[in-house]
Design a protein around this ligand. Sequence first.
Ligand code: PHE
Length: 343
Amino acid sequence: MEQLLQQIEQYKQEIAGIVPNGADALEAYRIRFLGTKGIMKSLSAEMKNVPVEQKKAFGQVLNEFKQLAESKYEDWKNSLGSGTAGKANAIDLSLPGDTLPIGTHHPITLVRDQIVHIFGRLGFSVAEGPEIEDDWHNFTALNLPENHPARDMQDTFYIHQQPDWLLRTHTSSVQARTMEKQKPPIRIICPGRVYRNETISARAHCFFHQTEGLYVDENVSFADLKQTLYFFVQEMFGKDVKVRFRPSYFPFTEPSAEMDINCRICGGSGCSVCKHTGWVEILGSGMVHPKMLENFGIDSNKYTGFAFGMGIERICQLKYRINDLRLYSQNDVRFLQQFTGAV
Ligand code: PHE
């Protein structure tokens, strides 16, 4: 036992005296001390010769020595910069820190927030409604007659178990819900997801996003509608934007108009987005149909209003030149990352 302890002491001193150098010397050290036929192994083998009452003490000494021999090996190896441990420990404090990828807002969210913000400055507040709607709020209250083509199975997702329920086809249903519970003055903006039974392609999708607007008060005129929407597109696309209104038809507005802006993609020279006309339709609008006001007990002799509805994807397409509707829902980070810091 005495001899063994002395021997270990000597080895310790030897190790302390080693100045680490090349990989070959390190390997020789490993074989001599830590190898399968090395010193560590043969010392452990001595354990069986140690008297029982000294086994514990010897075990401790042996353990300490083993740790010393191993940590020498690790330090030596790291100082050579080899192996994974070597790399991990080779810290270069002058390197810039690792940047963690941060999330981005989805372009639909960005544009939706911007729309809400612009109308917010005009006094419109956000109203929301359910995506699973009933026939009344999506169609009947909006003056869409029983035989209107929009009610066709081709356009609307109906819910089998509940024939009166459907996935809303437009955010105009929130107009209906608001007029049901609120009396004029009403000034709301309703962003949300809508559904239509379309085959998915670059130009159509079974769900997309709209923002509805509704303003009902005394003396609201078509001039107010035009000026409000003109202000909106100027804020959204810049002061140089040109607009035109075309007469149109919606069952819940009279008169109705669609608004076009000059194509932001080609600048008017003609492209596939504007179908070579230089103009792109961005929204439907009109004066709220008196019948609709009456449906909700609002006196149509006293009050008038305007409403409009736009597709957020379309605004997004013109703002960021996104040419395929499917990109919005594919969750491809290469697409989404491009909106880091975008406004
Ligand atoms: N709801 C119409 C659509 O989805 C848009 C619209 C809204 C038109 C409000 C006029 C007034 O196409």
